[in-house]
Ligand binder design. Structure first.
Ligand SMILES: C[S@@+](CC[C@H](N)C(=O)[O-])C[C@H]1O[C@@H](n2cnc3c(N)ncnc32)[C@H](O)[C@@H]1O
Length: 366
C-alpha cells in the first residue's frame, strides 16, 4: 500500500544522486588540479578513462569485424605496407588489434615485428597468428608507453585514427614511440593527415534542429532556450550516414595538417580560425569533422561524408550550430577552440557571418 510513494521517493533520490555525480564529474573535468588532488593516483583522470574505454571497446569482436570488413581501409594498409615496409625492417605495430597489420608486415619480410596492444583482443591476435603460421611477430600485452626494445625501429605502423581523427590518442601514442624508439630516417605508416571541419547543410528530411528552434504545429519550444543542456555531447552528432549531409557550403579544405614525423602534441594550436566563401548557398547546420590521410600521391584514405569512396566504418561528427542561412558570396568565419585535441568534449566553436548586407554573430552557448 505504501510501496508507491516509497518507490517514487527512491527514484527521485537516486536520480538526484546521479545528477549530482554528473555535475561533480563535469566540474572536475574543468578543474584538473582539483581532480588530481581528489584522485592522487590518477585512477580516474580523462586519459585513464579513455584508455580503459579504448581497451574494452576493441576487445569486442564486432568492432574488429567492422574494421576488417572495411575494404577501403584494408586496401590502403595492404598497399602502404607492400610499398614501404622493406624486407629486414624492424617494425612495431602500435595497437595491433587482431594482428592483421603485423601479419602483413611479417609477410612482406620484416625481420622482427612487435605487435603491441593493451586490449584483451591480443589473446585472439596470438591465436590467429598461430593458426595462420605467422612468423617473426612478438605479441606484447601493454600500453605502447610501456613498450621498449634494445635496437631502434625502422617502421612505426599504426591505425589509431578516431572519427574525430585525434580522439583515440594517436598523437600522444605515436609521438612517444617516435621519440623513444624510431631510428633517424625511420618511417611512420601513415604519417600525413589532414583534419577537416567543413560548414554543412544537412538534408531537409534528416535535419533535427535544437529543441528551442522547434515549432511543431504551432506549439512553440523557444522558451527552452533558457535550459540549454550543458553536456557537450548534446552539441555534436555522430553519424556514418552518407545521405545526411546535403552539401558543403564552401570549397572544402583542411583546417589542420599534421605530420606525425614532426608533430608535438603540446605545441599544437589550441585555436583554429578559418573562413569559407559560400559557393553553395543554404542553411548552415553545423561543421562536419572528418579526415584524409595520404601515404603516396595515389594512396589516400578519407572519412568525408560527401565521398562515396570513403572508408565506410569510420563515422564523422557534425558539430551542431543553430540555424543560419547563407547566400551566394557570403563569408563564414569560424573559430574552433580545443581544450584537448584528443577529447572532442572540450571543443567549442562559433562563427561570424559576413553577408553582403552586414555582419552577424553566432555561436554555441557552451
Ligand atoms: C583502430 S584499432 C586497430 C587494430 C588493428 N591495428 C587493425 O588495423 O585492424 C586500434 C587498436 O589499438 C589499441 N590501442 C590504442 N591505443 C593503444 C596504445 N597506446 N597502446 C597499445 N594499444 C593501443 C586498441 O586496443 C585497438 O586494438
Amino acid at each position: 500500500m505504501h510501496i508507491r510513494p516509497l518507490q517514487s521517493a527512491s527514484v527521485r533520490f537516486f536520480s538526484f544522486l546521479r545528477r549530482l555525480h554528473e555535475r561533480a564529474e563535469r566540474f572536475l573535468e574543468l578543474n584538473p588540479r582539483l581532480r588530481a588532488w581528489i584522485y592522487p593516483f590518477g585512477l580516474s583522470g580523462p586519459e585513464e578513462r579513455r584508455r580503459e574505454y579504448n581497451g574494452q571497446m576493441f576487445a569486442d569482436f564486432h568492432e574488429q569485424e567492422r574494421m576488417l570488413a572495411d575494404t577501403q581501409r584494408m586496401a590502403f594498409y595492404t598497399r602502404a605496407i607492400a610499398r614501404h615496409v622493406q624486407p629486414g625492417d624492424r617494425v612495431v605495430d602500435l595497437g595491433t588489434g587482431t594482428g592483421i597489420l603485423a601479419a602483413l608486415a611479417a609477410r612482406r619480410g620484416a625481420s622482427q615485428v612487435y605487435a603491441v596492444d593493451h586490449s584483451e583482443i591480443l589473446g585472439q591476435a596470438k591465436e590467429l597468428a598461430r593458426a595462420n603460421g605467422v612468423q617473426r611477430v612478438e605479441f606484447i600485452s601493454a600500453h605502447s608507453s610501456a613498450f621498449t626494445t634494445d635496437a631502434p625501429l625502422d617502421v612505426i605502423l599504426h591505425e589509431q585514427m578516431g572519427d574525430c581523427l585525434f580522439d583515440e590518442g594517436m598523437i600522444a601514442s605515436v609521438s612517444d614511440l617516435r621519440d623513444r624508439l624510431l631510428k633517424p630516417g625511420g618511417i611512420i605508416l601513415p604519417s600525413n593527415f589532414e583534419f577537416f571541419c567543413e560548414p554543412v547543410m544537412i538534408r531537409d528530411d534528416r535535419l533535427v534542429p535544437f529543441i528551442w528552434e522547434l515549432n511543431v504545429e504551432g506549439y512553440d519550444y523557444s522558451c527552452l532556450e533558457r535550459s540549454k543542456p550543458q553536456n557537450p555531447g548534446y552539441y555534436n552528432l555522430a553519424s556514418s550516414d552518407l545521405g545526411l549531409v546535403d552539401h558543403f557550403l564552401g570549397e572544402s579544405e583542411p583546417v589542420l595538417r599534421v605530420d606525425l614525423l614532426t608533430v608535438n602534441e603540446g605545441a599544437m594550436l589550441r585555436e583554429v580560425t578559418f573562413s569559407r566563401k559560400v559557393i553553395r548557398p543554404g542553411r548552415l547546420d553545423g561543421y562536419a569533422v572528418f579526415f584524409r590521410v595520404q601515404v603516396d600521391r595515389d594512396l589516400v584514405l578519407t572519412s568525408s561524408p560527401m565521398d562515396p569512396g570513403r572508408a565506410p566504418h569510420w563515422g564523422f561528427r557534425i558539430l551542431r550550430t543553430e540555424r543560419d542561412d547563407f547566400s551566394m558570396g557570403d563569408e563564414i568565419s569560424v573559430r574552433l577552440s580545443v581544450g584537448s585535441w584528443s577529447d572532442p568534449d572540450t571543443w567549442r566553436w562559433s562563427h561570424q557571418k559576413h553577408a553582403c548586407s552586414g555582419l552577424g554573430l553566432a555561436g554555441l552557448p557552451i
